[in-house]
Write a protein that binds this ligand. Structure first.
Ligand code: ADP
Ligand code: MG
Length: 445
């Protein structure tokens, strides 16, 4: 992945070309990148020039930034401007000196507020809340497990963020299992002083968050070290929270003394969210970004992406970029264009031919019939349905669809799709039939 410096340098180059040296020196050059996450970058603004710079960013540069970032990093990255602290915070400085791991800070976006509770995560959420209220007491250790992109890291960090708010003096350490391993190895290599510093870093905290412990599978030394860390912390009533992609007992080559220690606390899984939860997550994203998007469009996106919240968010951000930068309307068609790209990797590749074949079979016609000029009633309906499905399931333009259906013009395609859209809205059976055909086109019978 690209580093924040690389990304920022490439974006600066684009700005320079676009706005020229004077504006560049005033509004772009003074900023420096602080933290880059998957979807945002924090840019620090010098305090004395901040008002002017921030104004101008809001007015014009933020948009360009997102566009450039899309081109460079192929993802939606939101710039967040932060005014540089003029006073150095002593606690922070101290921490930084001690800190081994890079990027080990809590992500401030991972809060309970931004965590949508629904089927699949409600139990894990309830325990997380209880732990954040009274860490070290109720559930210790707390282990959250489940599949990729379902919110484990978010929920774990939400505990850290909430506790740091109610108890600002608390020492909270977040590290991935890999960070922990690297820090440990590094401390061994660097000798005695470093070992002490490592211990201080991980053993003198109130909350220790370790992400993705399945990474320690088969790595004896680090497991031993964590066993010791674990014992020191729990003996003094400090809270440990971990995540994993499976139950500890299912992690290959994880020492049983660790799994039995973990069983003294609680493990809770996060499952895939159901449709209403996915829609609620999209609604939240839209609200955060001040976008008004009709429900049926959100439902379409949520319906298609059902197993990974990270992918759901990514898709939403691509959709958002289409609205903002290509001035596309917030409609199902626009969403479909983005979803169309994804469909290629799932089940059947959706082509005009595939759609024509499935629809022709369903109506007991042939593809040649669909392309013909015959106006037999059944056939006309079949043709309309096939054009409608081509329009909604592929990126083909109206004229291209017309051509694929025997050289019709774009207005007949439009007429056909409107007709079927209306029918689907007023008649549940039609809608059901379209859903079934769509499913078959994508996944086979
Ligand atoms: P995991 O650690 O399980 O792989 P993450 O915690 O990184 O997953 O979540 C992936 C993305 O989905 C993050 O951007 C996170 O904010 C978002 N996310 C996950 N669960 C929820 C939820 N319940 N509500 C809102 N956003 C969520
Ligand atoms: Mg994670």
């Amino acid at each position: 992945p690209i580093t924040k410096e690389e990304l920022w340098n490439q974006i600066k180059a684009k700005f320079y070309q676009e706005i020229g040296p004077v504006s560049f020196d005033t509004y772009i050059e003074p900023l420096s990148p602080v933290t880059l996450t998957e979807s945002s970058i924090i840019l620090e603004v010098p305090a004395d020039e901040s008002t002017d710079i921030i104004d101008n960013w809001n007015k014009s540069y933020a948009m360009s930034f997102v566009q450039y970032a899309m081109e460079i990093a192929e993802g939606f990255i939101k710039p967040e401007l932060r005014v540089a602290q003029t006073l150095t915070k002593p606690a922070q400085v101290l921490n930084d000196n001690l800190s081994f791991t890079r990027e080990s800070d809590l992500n401030e976006n991972f809060t309970f507020d931004k965590f949508v509770v629904g089927t699949g995560n409600e139990n894990a959420y309830a325990i997380a809340r209880a732990v954040a209220e009274d860490p070290g007491r109720v559930y210790n250790p707390y282990l959250i497990y489940g599949g990729v992109g379902l919110g484990k890291t978010h929920l774990m960090q939400a505990i850290g963020n909430a506790y740091s708010k109610t108890t600002p003096s608390a020492r909270i350490k977040y590290a991935t299992a890999e960070d922990f391993l690297n820090d440990f190895t590094e401390s061994l290599r660097a000798g005695e002083g470093a070992t002490a510093a490592f211990k201080k870093e991980y053993r003198t905290v109130d909350l220790l968050l370790i992400d993705d412990i399945q990474f320690w599978s088969g790595k004896e030394k680090v497991q031993e070290e964590f066993f010791n860390t674990f014992n020191v912390l729990t003996k003094t009533g400090k809270q440990i929270i971990m995540t994993s992609d499976k139950l500890p007992t299912e992690i290959v080559d994880l020492q049983s003394r660790l799994t039995s220690r973990f069983e003294a606390g609680i493990s809770m899984d996060i499952q895939k969210p159901d449709l209403p939860t996915r829609v609620a997550i999209l609604k939240n994203l839209a609200e955060t970004d001040n976008l008004t998007i009709p429900n049926d469009v959100l439902e379409l996106i949520a319906d298609k992406i059902d197993s990974n919240i990270r992918t759901l968010e990514g898709t939403f951000h691509r959709f958002e970029a289409m609205l903002r930068f290509r001035n596309k309307p917030a409609t199902k068609e626009t969403a479909q264009q983005i979803l169309g790209d994804l469909n290629i990797n799932q089940g059947f590749k959706i082509t005009v031919e595939r759609i024509q074949q499935v629809v022709a079979d369903y109506y007991m016609q042939t593809i040649a019939d669909l392309k013909s000029t015959s106006r037999k009633k059944d056939l006309v309906t079949a043709r309309h349905v096939a054009m409608y499905l081509t329009r909604t399931l592929t990126n083909e333009s109206l004229p291209d669809i017309g051509r694929a259906f025997g050289g019709r013009d774009h207005s007949s395609v439009l007429h056909a799709t409107n007709k079927i859209t209306e029918k689907a809205e007023s008649d549940a059976r039609t809608k059901e039939m379209l859903d079934a055909l769509t499913d078959e086109i994508k996944n086979g019978k």
